[in-house]
Design a protein around this ligand. Structure first.
Ligand code: ADP
Ligand code: ZN
Ligand code: ZN
Length: 737
């Protein structure tokens, strides 16, 4: 090999903030060495699949010390240039190892050595003759009749789907092929659906919607960020659909991000029904092959609209025309471990680089987005009223001080529930605490049931008779006697949704009670079943957690009760009041959708609290204004920028020692425009058996913070103590623990 042959600069999936140089394999065709192809490389004792970032002739290492790549895995880049560039940007912005960033973006099957194409599957498609054949004439061949009916409905059905639903169908199908009613094809497995029949006509937009669509349409074809700020039911989805139709008519693609697809099955069917184009939905139920299929379909342009959750922000698009981030305030857009990115923020950067319009939608916009509107960076489009003829709910504070309470339900709330139930309405109660009770204690000696691995209590679950830790997942049997003193006087303290559910069943025996929380919806399909029961009116009283705040439409709910609003009022987390205002507003938005006017009762012991007062009298926007003023005074986000360095170790003293050493190094390079706070032990110091501490960096401007991190992190990677301690950096942290 000559000395000026190209070297391969590779992103290897390891937690190191650098790339690695390799010699090309022998006899490689230099034209395939395009950035974005996969390369198999020796790394330590293993072989890993890396991505070629660039070819180069410059290297810091002597050539004869470089290792040779084992194999080139692709003839075409699997990561298009724009996406590769975007991932590089993300790696620099979040100070995350490029190998891990790319690993996060790739579908599982592309992290391996296999070829980037798909296995074929067999599908059966109906012919025009088959379409005209009346299945009722097939009385003597009932199996054929069933299959023909199915095909007349769905047009194409795969063998896999048939195997799941029918036994011994092949012979009947073969007969229908011979009759010319059905054809057999091989196609790639795909989650991409084609439109069936005519798309549902869109609603005539009201003037507010119309104006919003016009403003967005005006920026299509270039970068602009719009905040579509519309109360629940104001017709944001209808606005998206209008705009999407416009974009697909110009043969461009639309990427729609949503918080959680499994929780909002309505959204998927609504999009499919209204859009005359191919739609790919990346939900958690897809297997690895289907995920790869969606990735390839988006990259080739076969999928015109792609709907997905957080990680879909990394899907390649050959003709991007519009990005939509629904419920942009939602916390699930932030990845909380590994590569900690915000899909919303990355989507905005991607849209900017691609020169594409992006729409952020919410009934309760994040303070970050509102501040960006104020600074003129985003266009603020407001839909102030509900679409159609439904009336917004009336919010009211219920002072529960000195009131008799029964399982967190005050007398006033109970009377309101009875009134609404008698009038045929549904009642929704909100409590953001799962399980039966958050605490089990001994009445004789004061023992408290602690998680053995965390500084936290175990939550009691009655139905399964277990105690469970919400932080590490530890499960324990419920003790019959006190482990400390042997007493049998064990008491539960506090209330979770499971306990309220069973109390309601006793208090309202004539009405079905349904619980909607993470425990009740864990099983696949459980959410679907619950939603069906709610819509059929089988459950008249619903009790649930924040899961209820996510995009569901409950047309018959006329009363919402917030059982305990005090929870978020005095928290140490500076974001707690923003979250509280969002949650109450979102839950309240479930009420009074159709003709029934809604009522929202907020139980509190702090009726004079300014946050609640403002929310009730002036709404979320006014509340957000107040919180923004507080943030500005404290130079907290969105008016300041944060980075949080977390460290954890099995050794109790190690994280603090490690961070103190780093803080000392940091002080030698710190500029006055960056403030270092800590280290302090994390609010919950021990979690899952590890001790944790954190160091906070705060700056008015982003740039000096980034510059500081660029200098500091390389030193950090060389610290000796490193081996005992696991650390991670969180740029723009959303949770401060
Ligand atoms: P959001 O996404 O803001 O919660 P949706 O788009 O789901 O609101 O609209 C709420 C309800 O109002 C839906 O039932 C929708 O069909 C209806 N709707 C939306 N826009 C209109 C309109 N312009 N005219 C009549 N009904 C509308
Ligand atoms: Zn005891
Ligand atoms: Zn635990």
């Amino acid at each position: 090999m000559s000395d000026n042959s190209p070297l391969l600069r590779i992103a290897v999936p390891v937690p190191l903030r650098r790339s690695f140089d390799y010699l090309p394999p022998d006899k490689v065709d230099p034209t395939v060495l395009q950035p974005g192809i996969r390369v198999l490389v020796p790394f330590g004792s293993q072989k890993l699949v890396g991505i070629l970032l660039e070819t180069t002739t410059e290297t810091g290492v002597e050539r004869n010390r470089l290792k040779k790549a084992a194999a080139i895995l692709d003839t075409q880049p699997i990561l298009p240039a724009d996406l590769l560039q975007h991932l590089g940007w993300a790696s620099r912005y979040y100070h995350a190892p490029i190998g891990e960033v790319i690993q996060t973006a790739l579908p599982v099957l592309l992290r391996q050595t296999r070829a980037a194409h798909l296995k074929l599957e067999t599908v059966w498609t109906i012919t025009p003759t088959g379409q005209q054949t009346d299945p009722t004439t097939l009385k003597r061949a009932p199996k054929q009749a069933v299959l023909l009916t199915r095909l007349q409905q769905d047009h194409t059905v795969s063998s896999a789907a048939l195997n799941q639903q029918y036994s011994n169908w092949r012979q009947a199908m073969q007969k229908m092929v011979e009759a010319g009613w059905v054809e057999k094809h091989s196609v790639a497995a795909s989650p991409v659906s084609r439109p069936v029949g005519e798309p549902r006509p869109l609603k005539t937009l009201n003037p507010d919607q119309h104006q919003a669509v016009e403003q967005m349409r005006a920026t299509l074809g270039g970068f602009a960020c719009h905040l579509l700020d519309g109360v629940t039911g104001s017709g944001k989805t209808e606005v998206y659909l209008n705009l999407i139709r416009e974009v697909i008519a110009g043969d461009e693609q639309v990427l729609v991000l949503v918080p959680e697809i499994g929780l909002t099955p309505q959204l998927e069917s609504r999009f499919r029904a209204a859009l005359p184009c191919t739609v790919a939905v990346l939900h958690s139920g897809l297997n690895d092959t289907e995920r790869l299929a969606a990735w390839l379909a988006a990259a080739s342009g076969e999928a015109q609209v792609i709907i997905g959750t957080r990680s879909a922000v990394f899907i390649p698009l050959c003709k991007p025309g519009l990005f939509i981030i629904d419920e942009e305030h939602d916390l699930s857009y932030k990845q909380q471990d590994g590569f900690r990115y915000s899909a919303r923020d990355l989507a905005i950067v991607r849209a900017r680089d691609a020169g594409v319009t992006i729409v952020l939608g919410s009934a309760t916009p994040s303070l970050e987005s509102l501040a960006n509107c104020r600074q003129g960076r985003y266009q603020h489009l407001i839909l102030p009223a509900r679409a159609g003829d439904s009336i917004p709910p009336r919010l009211q504070i219920l002072d529960v001080r000195k009131q008799p309470m029964d399982h967190l339900v005050s007398v006033n709330l109970r009377q309101a529930m009875q009134r609404h139930l008698a009038a045929g309405g549904q009642v929704l109660l909100f409590l953001n605490r799962r399980g039966f009770a958050p605490l089990l204690t001994c009445h004789d000696c004061g023992w408290i049931s602690q998680c053995p691995r965390c500084d936290s209590r175990l939550t009691l679950y009655r139905q399964i008779n277990k105690q469970r830790c919400h932080h590490c997942g530890t499960e324990r049997p419920v003790p019959l006697t006190c482990p400390d003193c042997g007493s049998e006087e064990l008491r539960t303290l506090g209330y979770g949704t499971e306990r309220i559910e069973s109390a309601l069943q006793t208090q309202f025996p004539d009405y079905g009670v349904l619980r909607i929380d993470r425990d009740a919806t864990r099983r696949k399909g459980a959410m679907h079943e619950l939603l069906a029961k709610i819509h059929e009116g089988e459950g008249r009283i619903l009790i649930g957690t924040q899961m209820l705040a996510k995009g569901h439409h409950f047309p018959d709910v006329s009363l919402v009760g917030i059982l305990d609003a005090d929870y978020g009022l005095y928290s140490t987390d500076f974001r707690a009041s923003e979250r509280m205002a969002q949650l109450i507003t979102q839950v309240a938005g479930r009420a009074g959708r159709a003709e029934r006017p809604g009522e929202v009762l907020i139980q509190t012991r702090h009726p004079e609290h300014p946050l609640l007062q403002t929310l009730v009298s002036a709404g979320y926007a006014a509340c957000a204004d107040n919180i923004l003023a507080e943030r500005q005074a404290a130079a907290f986000p969105p008016y300041g920028h944060l980075a949080l360095l977390r460290a954890e170790s099995l050794d109790p003293g190690a994280p603090m020692e490690f961070l103190e050493e780093l803080a000392a190094t940091a002080r030698t390079i710190l500029t006055p425009d960056v403030i270092l706070l800590g280290p302090i032990p994390s609010p919950m110091e021990r979690r899952a058996g590890r001790y944790r501490a954190q160091l906070l960096l705060q700056a008015q401007q982003r740039r000096p913070l980034q510059t500081f991190l660029n200098h500091w992190l390389p030193q950090l990677e060389q610290t000796k103590l490193n081996r005992k301690v696991r650390w991670s950096l969180d740029v723009d942290p959303l949770e401060m623990f």
